[in-house]
Design a protein around this ligand. Structure first.
Ligand code: NAD
Ligand code: UDP
Ligand code: UDP
Length: 321
């Protein structure tokens, strides 16, 4: 087995592989000819997300919490393990920080022993409530270190620090991506994230819960586009460490998103306004110049098309349940 700029015949570890993005990434790597080992503690992921992969002899799922050491032989590591939606990462904030920090230490230790390249799923949250717009990778961010989002934001920031220190100190090949809001099939219906919440509310005819005045913005990336960028990033040369923004740079207000979801679901749902959560970023849009230049990639799926795919997925899964 080897890992040389091609996934074929390589064995790849995906932590958080039973989650939303991890399950799509696992599919993408299998399609490229890799053997995939998925390590997940199923905190927010689900065996349902990977049920269709379990019969594949190239796929293996292990129940493992990344805050504990993992001894295994692989050619490359994608570290995605971490709850990602505010209601999930705030449920046990101490565990969230441990997952990012101890998880990074263990996965970096594993990569160091194996001399294997390692990818970190970092986040646009490292920019906090950004004071520059759109966000470029050289912006240091505006993060509250003691707020209710800090367990996630600061955990991810510390993970980035660890990645760059293992790179400087141990010459480890690292790939750090700052992922912006991503959506698509296999998001959890009850994860409280805006896309999944609005779609489920619209399909059920429940009121759409807009936080604040809905004037805050996000830029939404369809999962297939994101996974393609992640897969390409791992195959870049050792000088390409990141951090690199990945996402879609079409920016929408939350009210615009609500209107689109209502229209594409033909829903009669009305809007209700709820208080804006503490430290909720006002605006967010990635500058994608670096990703475009280094990966020869750009997002292709428009919000309208991605929403329609995601609505079809939720319609089907709500009918089944
Ligand atoms: P998700 O919750 O669906 O996936 C995370 C997975 O990690 C789940 O399967 C969960 O069970 C697993 N996990 C959590 N703690 C673990 C632990 N201690 N040990 C092992 N497994 C653990 O979320 P997602 O949206 O697929 O996010 C995947 C990664 O991408 C996360 O690291 C997240 O921070 C990052 N990210 C996601 C987005 C987004 O918009 N979806 C944006 C920025 C960054
Ligand atoms: N580690 C692991 N798998 C390995 C090698 C290391 O999980 O194959 C963990 C181990 O728990 C260790 C951590 O990674 O504490 C950091 O490893 P490193 O070699 O950097 O540090 P050290 O072992 O010296 O603490
Ligand atoms: N949001 C909302 N209603 C909801 C869920 C979220 O208006 O039911 C808002 C939230 O306040 C934020 C935006 O939508 O401004 C995106 O929220 P999400 O939790 O999806 O992502 P993040 O805040 O982490 O970017």
């Amino acid at each position: 087995m080897s890992f040389d700029r091609n996934y074929k015949d390589s064995r790849i570890l995906v932590t958080g592989g039973a989650g939303f993005i991890g399950s799509h990434l696992s599919e993408r790597l299998l399609a490229a000819g890799a053997e995939v080992v998925c390590a997940d503690n199923y905190f927010t992921g689900s065996r349902k997300n990977i049920a269709h992969l379990l019969a594949n002899p190239m796929f293996e799922a292990i129940r493992h919490d990344v805050t504990f050491p993992l001894y295994i032989e692989v050619d490359a590591i994608f570290n995605l393990a971490c709850p990602a939606s505010p209601i999930h990462y705030q449920r046990d904030p101490v565990q969230t920080t441990k997952t990012s920090v101890h998880g990074a230490i263990n996965m970096l230790g594993l990569a160091k022993r194996l001399r294997a390249p390692i990818f970190q799923a970092s986040t646009s949250e490292v920019y906090g409530d950004p004071l520059i717009h759109p966000q470029t990778e050289d912006y240091w961010g505006n993060v509250n270190p003691i707020g209710i989002r800090s367990c996630y934001d600061e955990g991810k920031r510390c993970a980035e620090t660890l990645f760059f220190d293992y790179w400087r100190q141990h010459a480890l090949p690292i790939k750090v991506a700052r992922i912006f809001n991503t959506y698509g099939p296999r998001m959890q219906p009850n994860d409280g994230r805006v896309v999944s919440s609005f779609i489920v509310q619209a399909l059920k005819g429940d009121p759409i819960t807009v936080f604040g005045d809905g004037g805050q913005t996000r830029s939404f990336c369809y999962v297939d586009d994101l996974v393609e960028a992640i897969a390409r990033l791992m195959l870049t040369g050792e000088d390409c460490t990141g951090p690199i923004n990945l996402g879609n740079n079409s920016e929408f207000t939350i009210l615009e998103l609500a209107e689109k979801v209502i229209s594409y679901t033909n829903s009669r749902s009305t809007l209700i306004f709820k208080p804006l959560p503490q430290d909720d970023p006002r605006q967010r849009q990635p500058d994608l110049s670096k990703a475009k230049a280094l990966l020869n990639w750009e997002p292709k799926v428009a919000l309208a098309d991605g929403l329609k795919e995601t609505i079809a997925y939720f319609r089907h899964s709500l009918e089944l349940s």
